[in-house]
Design a protein around this ligand. Structure first.
Ligand code: PMP
Length: 326
């Protein structure tokens, strides 16, 4: 049990300081820990950028109170920004490609946001373009643009990274995390490298995603079901810093799905597909540390479980792989 906390005046004050919990089924000589981001008030890692970026945009005068945040998002970012906007006296509009989970869109609306859908085939690029079109028509609006705004990375450099290092007294050998915008991994990674230049930084993407092109590889672009990570077009991923990354680990949808089910069955973790992929990759890195093929300063691997499976029950996340609708 955690210790009793002081009463807080806003739910925004509960963003961050999430628990770090061991992942089991790893070699005995290597510890793997996951940062459980579903403990945030909007139940995902994206509450961090919602709170941090909205506050910074107000502070810098890029938006005035009463203005509108317009953001292209797979959903979790929308929920994070919707909470922050509401609590800080702003409006919010989210542009979401159709394929993303119903639950997320319902939650954004419940928080008072407007949701606009763009066709799935236009990918995230279509949502980004539409958000900018809307912003040019709406006065006192801003597109925080999580895919290119350095404040995204800064959020994790300022919060997630230090929290992990505090919890482990700085003894982190490897950081392995999924990349959607890549803000999470770049922020933690930069913090990690400043603490120890030999820390291994591993980016995780689904098979079918093409982040590997940043490392001069030629992965084929294909469909994938894993939600929240991966890219179809590296040109839209302006935050990814190849020099900060040791490797890009591809995880198949099937392996991610098997792992998210294992995490529920064996570890009491109700996490979604991007966490399944992160866990597979973190355990692979732990195996490499254990068998001596990867040298790191400490035998401790840290990963991030970005959100909860409850958000994807309507997509059959706990059904068979074939029935799972991604
Ligand atoms: N998992 C899920 C479920 C997400 O929504 C996101 C954000 N798109 C990520 C992982 C990846 O986080 P980031 O954008 O910081 O790379």
């Amino acid at each position: 049990m955690t210790t009793h906390r002081e009463p807080l005046s806003s739910v925004l004050d509960t963003v961050g300081e999430t628990p770090l919990v061991a992942v089991h089924d790893t070699p005995a000589d290597v510890a793997v820990y996951a940062k459980l981001e579903s403990f945030n008030p909007g139940a995902s890692v994206k509450d961090r950028i919602g709170a941090y970026m909205a506050e910074q945009l107000l502070e810098r005068g890029e938006i005035e109170p009463g203005g509108t945040i317009i953001e292209p998002t797979a959903g979790n970012t929308g929920i994070g920004f919707a909470i922050a906007a509401q609590q800080l006296g702003l409006n919010s509009i989210f542009v979401v490609p159709e394929r993303f989970s119903r639950e997320k869109q319902q939650l954004m609306r419940a928080l008072g946001a407007e949701v606009v859908n763009t066709p799935t085939e236009d990918e995230m690029r279509g949502a980004v373009e539409h958000a900018h079109e809307l912003s040019s028509e709406i006065e006192n609006s801003v597109v925080p643009q999580q895919f290119s705004n350095p404040l995204n990375t800064e959020t994790h450099y300022a919060t997630t990274g230090p929290e992990i290092y505090d919890a482990l007294d700085g003894e982190v050998g490897a950081v392995v995390a999924g990349c959607g915008t890549a803000g999470t991994l770049m922020g933690i990674g930069r913090y990690a490298r400043e603490r120890h230049s030999e820390t291994y930084i591993g980016a995780v993407e689904p098979e079918g995603s093409v982040y590997g092109r940043f490392l001069d590889r030629e992965p084929e672009h294909g469909e994938y079901k894993t939600e929240g990570i991966g890219t179809s077009d590296p040109a839209t991923n302006e935050l990814f810093e190849p020099e900060l990354v040791d490797d890009i680990i591809q995880v198949s949808d099937r392996d991610a799905h098997n792992e998210l089910k294992r995490l529920a069955r064996e570890e009491g973790q109700l996490v979604a597909s991007s966490a399944g992929a992160a866990s597979v990759a973190a355990r692979q890195v732990a195996d490499r540390i254990s068998d001596g093929t990867l040298a790191v300063p400490y035998s401790t691997v840290v990963t991030v479980f970005p959100d909860s499976s409850e958000r994807y029950l309507s997509k059959g996340i706990y059904e068979s792989f074939e029935e799972w609708d991604g």
